[in-house]
Ligand binder design. Structure first.
Ligand code: SF4
Length: 375
């Protein structure tokens, strides 16, 4: 599986919880589209197999015009071999989705829409400083479905300030009504250097207790089962096996190329990431240079990453992969840790795979950090 990620580093409004790289200044976008196309050309030898997934994320990709998307998509096709049935995901803000915009996305080959909804309560959306309303979120899904999209995922956040179980249940009831194929539901993270961090620190926002957040997460898992959504990763739920192929390739350690400011790539041995500054990124590419830093992964990095990603998935960690690729000490540590957590009913085994139980999912961070190698 080979995946291509394109980072679109622009937003129309700053969401208070966000720590992704983006700019509210859209003046550089023409230069940006040219720069991304140049980076794609310079990375022409990255893939040794056809690209199976394309993902436009951000930022807000839906701020791009039909022509801008078309220019990037044409360059992708001219530069790489793309599987005819490749998954092509595109992140959208609900306010940007009109019938004609959907049509242009379909024409450009997009076959999976990711709509950032976060909550169906207007006061939650205002509190997070989101740009859309709950009504425009519902409308966006209907417009996309009417346009012909048959693979739609939406994002929700739980653990919001003042979120009660009743409100969380209502949010999930709304998802059930929308008839979407996929849901990503995340617990609100308070990242440093965000407005949210400041509001929590100064007492402007009061977060729910850890117990209530866990209660909301537990309810989510029950709700998903009752509504035929399979929890194939801790925060991701799919109907009828419609997993995100792109994200699954991240979670299973497959190589991927990320282009655009701040985008990360992994070629199986090295990780590299582009400068998180739009103007500097554009200026460097004008001179034919990709402004990126590289890190060669150590055996310990690779092991810890494998634990961190695979243990989040329903399938879990393949013990044979550990045995075949890591030194005996790591294998012994893995087996000791596994035995301890199996006894506590936090892990389960299925053939050579080891995965979290329902009880284990609730304490996944503790389990992963216990598995991690420190030297
Ligand atoms: S739209 Fe997405 S990337 Fe932009 S500020 Fe909001 S959360 Fe961040």
């Amino acid at each position: 599986m080979s995946g291509l990620y394109v980072h679109i580093p622009y937003c129309a409004k700053l969401c208070y919880y966000c720590d992704f790289h983006f700019s509210l200044n859209l003046k550089t976008r023409n230069g940006f589209v040219d720069a991304v196309c140049r980076e794609l050309q310079l990375r022409k030898d990255f893939f040794s197999t056809p690209v199976e997934t394309i993902y436009f994320g951000g930022g807000t990709p839906s701020l791009l015009t039909d022509e801008e998307i078309g220019q990037i998509v044409s360059t992708i096709h001219e530069t790489f071999q793309i599987q005819p049935d490749a998954e092509f995901s595109f992140e959208c803000n609900p306010d940007d989705l009109t019938a004609s915009y959907c049509e242009s996305l379909l024409k450009n080959g997009v076959n999976r829409l990711s709509i950032g909804i976060q909550s169906f309560f207007d006061d939650d959306l205002q509190l997070l400083n989101r740009r859309h309303s709950s009504e425009s979120a519902r409308k966006a899904v209907r417009i996309a479905q009417n346009a012909g999209f048959q693979n739609i995922t939406i994002d929700l956040i739980y653990g919001l300030p003042n979120m009660t179980m009743e409100r969380w249940k209502k949010n999930l009831d709304e998802v059930a009504k929308l008839n979407v194929q996929h849901l990503s539901a995340y617990s609100l993270m308070v990242e440093e250097h965000t407005a949210l961090h400041k509001f929590v620190r100064t007492g402007k926002f009061i977060l729910p207790s850890e117990e209530s957040v866990l209660e909301q997460f537990n309810y989510l898992i029950d709700w998903a089962k009752a509504n035929d959504f399979e929890q194939y990763e801790i925060s991701n739920f799919a109907k009828n096996g419609m997993y995100s192929k792109h994200n699954t390739s991240y979670w299973t350690g497959k190589p991927y190329l990320g282009v655009g400011p701040s985008a990360h790539s992994f070629d199986g041995e090295k990780r590299f990431w582009n400068i998180a500054h739009n103007a500097k990124y554009i200026a460097a590419l004008r001179n034919g240079v990709i402004p990126c830093e590289t890190e060669i992964l150590t055996t310990r990095d690779k092991y810890n990453e494998l634990i961190m990603t695979d243990l989040r998935t329903k399938q879990g960690v393949n013990e044979s992969v550990i045995a075949q690729n890591f030194p005996p000490k790591y294998v012994q540590d893995f087996l000791a840790c596994k035995a301890k957590f199996l006894k506590q009913n936090l892990l389960q085994e299925n053939g050579t795979f080891v995965s979290l139980t329902r009880k284990g999912i609730m304490v996944s961070d503790m389990i992963m950090s216990d598995f991690f190698e420190t030297e």
